[in-house]
Write a protein that binds this ligand. Structure first.
Ligand code: FES
Length: 53
């Protein structure tokens, strides 16, 4: 099992609602970003946020 936790592997890919700041956009398309897709290991919540895996 590999562990990245660095915004590289995509294992933590999820859909978010709320305001987040992404530190990594690896393998995220503009459409993903528009739909709230994020890499949970490399984003910071900017208020109340929910994650759907
Ligand atoms: S754990 Fe690999 S991208 Fe988040």
């Amino acid at each position: 099992m590999a562990a990245s936790r660095a915004g590289v592997c995509g294992a933590c890919r999820c859909t978010t609602t709320g305001e987040i700041q992404r530190q990594s956009l690896v393998n995220l398309t503009p459409q993903d970003i528009e739909r709230g897709v994020a890499l949970a290991c490399s984003c910071t919540a900017r208020g109340d946020v929910s994650f759907d895996y």
